[in-house]
Design a protein around this ligand. Structure first.
Ligand SMILES: [Zn+2]
Length: 370
């Protein structure tokens, strides 16, 4: 497919963790291209910029990005904001959140290809992609039964970054109960099978499910030093059981034989779409495909590095969903890491006004329409 957005293609073809004057220019140009598209194709976006008396053409320096108006995340939950006709969409991603509100994101074919490209690029840069074959244990729906594009998308995104041998899906349809359930005996058998195999393993999914399985069956196996654990989705709904990241990593190394350096967590928001992935030291590095500002929750002023505030995300890959500048209700701050990758890290500090998040983690990436 021919992209009409060359600046964004140039950004996505560049190294996500090489930060210098050139990378700043690449992001700025791509963001300008994207913001201009939404300004021209989405009325609400145009009114918001106009109201502030700021135009995408006025983006000339990295510092100007701080002037971009942020669109509150709740607007995207209440309205179906889209910058292209619905028939041009290739995928709609949804995630159920608190209070029955759904988060969603609309992806045109171009935007879908862009997000796949940048996710692969980030995983490659973090040394997580490989041509080697792996056995996969996924704590997600079995796509043979949940026959929709959501699982296909998740599957492709998560398992296509390496060669694949067996892929086992732990969450399966229970005909008698008419619901999806974790097939515990199937998961146990897969783990034993993979431990006995010469091929290394990758486990994907929610940390709480894996933690519960290990505790319940008192598991102690050795998947080998080339195996990986890639978690995501947090401890949603199980926040009371959450154990600190580094304690969890030690526990997994002890019980499954997966080295701590090969255990990586991923943070993503459906509306934003950029994956923030742990480096070897367990910190979420911010790639050049996005910008993260931390704002004072009362004044919305940008806070200095290290101070806690509301997270404001900028990205430029999506030419169908007008969320290039997303002001969230999540708290966080910017940190640093000495692993060798440059740039700031993202430290998450919870959601504003919600103590225990009870969203349905299992539905984190569910497709309602394709
Ligand atoms: Zn690091």
């Amino acid at each position: 497919m021919i992209s009409h957005h060359p600046k964004t293609q140039a950004l996505l073809a560049s190294d996500p963790f090489q930060l210098n004057e050139e990378s700043s220019h690449l992001f700025l140009e791509s963001f300008k291209e994207n913001a201009l598209f939404h300004y021209e194709h989405h009325l609400f976006t145009r009114r918001l910029w106009d109201k502030l008396g700021f135009h995408p053409h006025e983006l000339k320096t990295e510092d100007d990005l701080k002037k971009v108006p942020g669109m509150m995340v709740h607007l995207f939950k209440e309205h179906e904001f889209c910058s292209v006709p619905r028939e041009e969409l290739a995928l709609v991603l949804t995630s159920s959140g608190t209070g029955g509100q759904k988060s969603q994101q609309f992806l045109s074919q171009e935007s879908l290809e862009n997000v796949k490209k940048l996710a692969l690029s980030i995983h490659q840069a973090l040394g997580m992609a490989s041509d080697k074959k792996y056995n996969y244990l996924c704590f997600t729906y079995d796509p043979a039964i949940a026959n929709d594009l959501g699982t296909a998308f998740t599957d492709e995104l998560l398992t296509n970054f390496t060669g694949k041998n067996e892929v086992y899906y732990g969450i399966q349809w229970d005909e008698s109960k008419q619901q999806f359930e974790l097939n515990e005996s199937g998961v146990l058998e897969a783990l034993k099978r993979f431990a006995a195999s010469d091929i290394p393993t990758r486990i994907l999914g929610f940390p709480a499910l894996l933690f519960e399985m290990i505790q319940k069956y008192d598991l102690k196996i050795n998947l080998g030093k080339d195996s990986w654990l890639q978690t995501g989705g947090g401890w949603k709904g199980k926040a009371d059981q959450e154990i600190p990241k580094f304690e969890f990593r030690q526990f997994i190394q002890e019980r499954l034989g997966i080295p701590e350096a090969n255990q990586r967590d991923l943070f993503g928001m459906v509306e934003h779409g950029i994956p923030y992935v742990d480096c070897v030291k367990g910190n979420l590095h911010i790639p050049n495909f996005s910008r993260v500002f931390v704002r004072n929750p009362h004044t919305l002023d940008i806070l200095p590095k290290g101070e806690r505030g509301l997270l404001h995300f900028l990205c430029s890959y999506n030419f169908s969903y007008p969320a290039p500048s997303l002001l969230t209700t999540d708290y966080g701050r910017l940190g640093a890491c000495d692993c060798g990758l440059p740039g700031d890290t993202l430290i998450l500090e919870g959601r504003a006004g919600v103590s225990k998040h009870k969203g349905c983690a299992l539905k984190a990436l569910e497709v309602i329409r394709a």
